[in-house]
Design a protein around this ligand. Sequence first.
Ligand SMILES: Nc1ncnc2c1ncn2[C@@H]1O[C@H](COP(=O)(O)OP(=O)(O)O)[C@@H](O)[C@H]1O
Ligand SMILES: [Mg+2]
Length: 213
Amino acid sequence: MSTRPGRFISLEGGEGVGKSTQVRRLAEALRARGLDVEETREPGGSVGAEAIRNLLMQGGAGQWTTRTEALLFAAARADHVARRIRPAMARGAWVISDRFLDSSLAYQGGADGLGQEAIRTLHAIGSEGLLPDRTLLLTMPLHEASYREWVRDAGELDRFGARGEAYHARVGEAFASLQADPANRPERYRTVSALGDVATVTERLMDAVADLL
Ligand SMILES: Nc1ncnc2c1ncn2[C@@H]1O[C@H](COP(=O)(O)OP(=O)(O)O)[C@@H](O)[C@H]1O
Ligand SMILES: [Mg+2]
């Protein structure tokens, strides 16, 4: 049992900014400092939440209504928090999650128009309002992120990636506005440029969590 406190870090941002790449790199860099680190992702991260992820990712654009989708994300998060994140933190591990609540605030709350308050209410019920100790917002111009995504997926987009440029612009604006709302606990956010090579971005992320080490 570690005597150091567990920490919960989320990486956020739109499609193609490098979240999944950097979760791995950041976890490696923290392990090199001797920390116990768990990498996880949303939607998913626990057995139950991965089952809900399959529901969310399958089907056509109109598979779910916006409200059903928001509830499914909140349900997946509830399982992830209860079964994976809280137990890992309780044993002193660092948990690094590829997306968390802020993605729901930006996509369902912002771009889909449900509003942030509704999303926070679902989070209060599902996950007792758990917030990360640090949320790293990766940012880059939309066209650069789309290009990275396009190279990665060879033109094959999932239900969310396929929503078009105007939708992803709204997501980007919503991510940028999260820090303006005191209810989101703005002091947890750090905005980090996703431009440059992978190692450079990882260095920026390490700087942005240095005070938690
Ligand atoms: N710093 C970087 N420079 C160039 N390409 C990158 C960089 N970071 C990630 N990539 C590539 O861009 C694509 C999208 O990265 P990924 O980590 O999958 O983004 P996300 O998880 O945010 O959608 C992948 O093909 C990845 O290898
Ligand atoms: Mg990813």
